[in-house]
Design a protein around this ligand. Sequence first.
Ligand SMILES: [Fe+2]
Length: 202
Amino acid sequence: MTDILHQLYSTPLLQTHVAVPLKVLEYIKSQKFRRHDTGYMTHEKLLDDPLLKGIKKLITQKVEDYFYNYCGYAKIVTPVHVSSWANLHKKGDWGQQHYHENSVISFVWYPLVTESSGDFVTYPKDKLFGTTLSFPYREHNNFNSSNWGFTPKTGDLYIFPSTMVHGIAELEEDFDRYSLAGNYMINGPVKCGKVTVECNFK
Ligand SMILES: [Fe+2]
C-alpha cells in the first residue's frame, strides 16, 4: 500500500486580484487618516461610501467565491460586509500580529504598494508540535513554518478566516503605502450549539 499523508484542517488563504481604478485610489488618498501606534487608518465603514460601491461589489463577489467555492459552504447563508477601513503606512510604520474579532471572513486589498513596502505575514495559531521545544529545520514547509510572508502587488486581494493571525512588515523606504482591510459576517440560518439562529447583520 502507498503511504498517504493527509493534510488536515488547513487554513484557506485566497490570493486574488481586483484592479485599482485611479478615481478609487485618489478617493482613498483623500480620506482623513488618524494616527495609531504603528500607522494611520480611516473610519471603519469605508466601502459603504457611494464612490466605492463598485469596489465593494467586486470584493464581495470574491468573498462569496472564497466562502462557497473554496471553503464549500451552502448558499443559504450569505457573507455580508460589516466593516472596512483604509490603512496608510509611511516610512517606519508596520502592523503588529493580530486577528480580527467579531467577524468571520476578513480581507486586505492593496490600492498602492511596491514590492518592498512591506510583506503581508501570516502566523499559525499553534505551532505543529506546540511551543515547548523548537527543532532545527531541514526545510521550511506548510507544516513546520512559524510564519509565511507574501509580497503584495497593487490590486492584490487576500481573503482569509478572521481568526488567522497576520501582520505587516516594516516599511523601510520613503513611500505612502495604502491598503484597505475589512470584515464580513454571515447572514442566514446559523447553528450555535444545538440552536439554529437567523443571523441578520447589516
Ligand atoms: Fe488585519
